[in-house]
Design a protein around this ligand. Structure first.
Ligand SMILES: NC(=O)c1ccc[n+]([C@@H]2O[C@H](COP(=O)([O-])OP(=O)(O)OC[C@H]3O[C@@H](n4cnc5c(N)ncnc54)[C@H](OP(=O)(O)O)[C@@H]3O)[C@@H](O)[C@H]2O)c1
Length: 241
């Protein structure tokens, strides 16, 4: 594998941490750019450079501007941002639970922020070398696979994210042919996001962040570079959109 730089957005995620650790151990990885609302206090490998970002358009533009010296050399990108619940909100179980506030909040984090990154990072990833961008989606965002209903905000925010990824892939195919976009479903993973729902997960189906990161980095190396967006799960299996 040729030398590369990695960009991990939403780097406080447990899966991001595991991916960053794996990039740090990879000799071909010359550096990791980790973007988060808050840089960690504990020390990471000197290979990793942290950027604090409030995900406003101005801040996203600033981070991308700062990374321009690495344009064309950043070939692995993870966009991990996503919320399912917060202190004041849980996934909706019925129509009466739906509020404008929860829809807006969830779409802001799960859909709008990843889209802003896809919009601003094109000059960083465009180049001669194959590059993969994995955006963390979820199987629940599949419109064709929706058999159980509920979780209105989260489900719809990921479905909208999938549509934006698909739409971006058409423009990227024209303007950055070296780039592959992946909508990634990590499977139920032991992170703060899934904590309140882990009791109902069947035995052996709650993954560690380390396992999911290993799967994802393998998938990114292995994926067919065909200028089309792909919706894949942790096991490298296609999900219907
Ligand atoms: N865990 C699962 O079972 C599971 C299943 C399916 C899909 N996913 C998806 O996987 C991704 C990573 O989730 P995780 O399980 O690793 O969760 P996590 O450890 O709770 O990480 C949360 C992520 O969301 C970002 N985030 C949280 N609040 C935010 C806000 N107000 N504004 C902007 N960003 C915010 C964090 O970014 P900062 O670094 O800026 O804090 C971080 O990247 C999410 O997109 C999630 O939907 C997870």
């Amino acid at each position: 594998m040729s030398d590369f730089y990695a960009l991990v957005i939403g780097a406080s995620s447990k899966i991001s941490h595991a991916a960053i650790a794996q990039f740090e151990q990879n000799d071909a990885c010359l550096g990791v750019f980790a973007v988060s609302r808050t840089a960690p206090v504990e020390s990471f490998d000197p290979k990793t450079h942290w950027f604090e970002c409030d995900y406003s358009e101005t801040a996203i533009r600033q981070v991308c501007k700062g990374l321009m010296p690495f344009a064309g050399k950043i070939t692995k990108v993870l966009i991990c941002n996503g919320i399912l619940h917060e202190d004041s909100m849980m996934p909706e179980r019925k129509l009466e639970d739906v509020t404008a506030a929860q829809l807006e909040r969830t779409f802001q984090v799960n859909t709008i922020i990843p889209m802003l990154w896809l919009s601003h990072i094109l000059p960083l990833v465009k180049g001669e070398t194959s590059a993969q961008i994995s955006v963390f989606s979820a199987r629940i965002g599949s419109i064709s696979d929706n058999k159980t209903g509920g979780w209105y905000s989260y489900r719809a925010s990921k479905a909208a994210l999938n549509m934006l990824i698909q739409t971006c892939s058409i423009e990227y195919a024209r303007r950055a042919k070296n780039v592959k976009l992946i909508a990634f479903h990590p499977g139920t993973t032991d992170t703060p996001l899934s904590k309140p729902f882990q009791r109902s997960v069947p035995e052996g189906k709650l993954f560690t962040p380390e396992f999911v990161a290993t799967q994802l980095l393998f998938i990114m190396d292995d994926v067919e570079m065909n200028n089309k967006a792909t919706y894949l799960d942790w096991n490298n299996q296609a999900i219907t959109w």
